[in-house]
Design a protein around this ligand. Structure first.
Ligand code: LLP
Length: 416
């Protein structure tokens, strides 16, 4: 396994920081998400170092992992936030985050959400259409609170990632066509309650190649120059999120500090305040999903490892054909390996965590860790098959604590 400073085998047992994951699995039960606080804070710090030379805010994308304790860690480290719903803003506020360092993204903001965001004093709206611009102006007028706005432009660049998480192509629903942007900015100036000071852009998620990101920055900078020469006072540039992570050994992830420094270098010298909206690159590798082997079975030649985690806890393999490494919590080398599908209890053939995977030849009762699961894991979980959602645990050095209790049967029927 690719060990790092936060997840390592010691004496044949897999540790998160200074805690043996088997202890957590035994006491918190499975399935269960575990996050390393140090891994999160260190990756945030890498962004901060990369941007030290320019005025900036690192707006952590709440959607990647919105646990209050994770948000609190990042708020204490100085993060701002990127939200896509009023619910996410509610979490930011509850976690002690600063709405004044929060940007509101997303293609379908409702009037009540815009109102809540203005009341809470969010820094800016990343606006995605002319209709939305008019609605933000109307709500701002009603509340007598001017709204700061950036248009999210779609630069028509292929981010070379999975089609469901690519956002910067003209065929995607996101942003406004970059060619139409100057006219929109001119129109926006006529609205009394809008302060149009920014440009934003986000071309996709899990980007492993740097070139499309650089190309997007160049296109957006050209737009900033054009808008400024037309008399608009553009002072902020939001470069979005998207930095990818290596889910498997044969992938190479862009290193945070050098990649972000290169993007900032492109944009520096223009007096712009820079924003970024990283999610995955901060939390993905910081988290694992712990699961217990329930059964082994074979259908003909095919081997199955049936575990107690399912697509309900981690939907990424089913939805994006995503790969997550799966490792045993205790190494028993003499048992060797098996090639199997790792599947959950949910009644769907799409319910798998891995297909035809070579993994430790585990037995019922053994524990496994599904790696790189800290981003878009718990947040995309659901109650299908009336499965209570799992516990979440935060590790800090030698200590660990539950930061979200496992749901109960009563939680399942609340509100019915
Ligand atoms: N900003 C905006 C406007 C976004 O739409 C996203 C992600 C981000 C920032 C954060 O991107 P990141 O740094 O995490 O790549 N569920 C999918 C990923 C969906 C990403 C959606 N937008 C997955 O599991 O791969």
């Amino acid at each position: 396994m690719r060990s790092d400073a936060y997840y390592q085998y010691r004496g044949g047992h897999l540790y998160c920081e200074q805690v043996a994951l088997a202890d957590i699995a035994r006491r918190a039960g499975t399935p269960c998400y575990v996050y390393s606080a140090a891994a999160i804070v260190d990756r945030f710090a890498a962004y901060d170092r990369a941007m030290a030379g320019v005025p900036h805010t690192i707006c952590y994308a709440v959607k990647a992992n919105s646990n209050l304790s994770v948000l609190r860690l990042l708020a204490e480290a100085g993060a701002g936030f990127d939200i896509v719903s009023a619910g996410e803003l509610f979490r930011v506020v509850k976690a002690g985050g600063d709405p004044g360092k929060t940007v509101f993204s997303g293609v379908g903001k409702r009037a009540d959400e815009i109102e809540y965001a203005l009341e809470q004093g969010v820094h800016a709206f990343n606006c995605e259409s002319a209709d939305e611009m008019r609605l933000i102006d109307a709500v701002a007028a009603r509340l007598r609170r001017p709204a700061r706005v950036a248009f999210r432009v779609n630069p028509d660049i292929d981010a070379q990632t999975h089609k469901y998480i690519s956002t910067g192509l003209r065929e995607n629903k996101f942003g406004v066509n970059i060619a139409d942007a100057p006219a929109l900015y001119r129109e926006a100036q006529r609205y009394e309650n809008l302060r149009v000071t920014g440009v934003s852009c986000h071309i996709g998620s899990n980007l492993l190649k740097v070139e499309p990101m650089l190309e997007a920055v160049d296109k957006v900078l050209a737009l900033v120059d054009e808008l400024r020469s037309g008399g608009l006072a553009i002072s902020e540039l939001d470069l979005g999120g998207g930095l990818g992570v290596a889910y498997r050994d044969d992938e190479r992830e862009p290193e945070i500090e050098s990649t972000i420094a290169a993007l900032c270098a492109r944009a520096s010298g223009r007096g712009l305040t820079l924003h970024v909206e990283p999610g995955r690159s901060i939390v993905a590798a910081a988290g694992v999903l712990l699961t217990r082997v329930l059964y082994r079975k074979s259908n003909g030649d095919k081997q199955f490892v049936v575990v107690d985690a399912a697509m309900t806890e981690l939907i990424r393999p089913a939805l994006y054909e995503a790969w997550h490494d799966i490792e045993p919590l205790r190494l028993i080398p003499e048992r060797g390996n098996v090639v199997a599908d790792v599947v959950g209890p949910v009644c769907e053939s799409g319910d798998f965590l891995a297909k035809d995977r070579s993994l430790a030849n585990v037995a019922p009762g053994d524990h496994l860790a599904v790696l790189t699961a800290g981003a878009y894991g718990f947040v995309q979980s659901c109650n299908y098959n009336s499965r209570p959602r799992p516990a979440e645990v935060l590790v800090e050095g030698h200590r660990w604590r539950e930061v979200r209790a496992r749901e109960t049967f009563e939680d399942l029927i609340r509100g019915e």
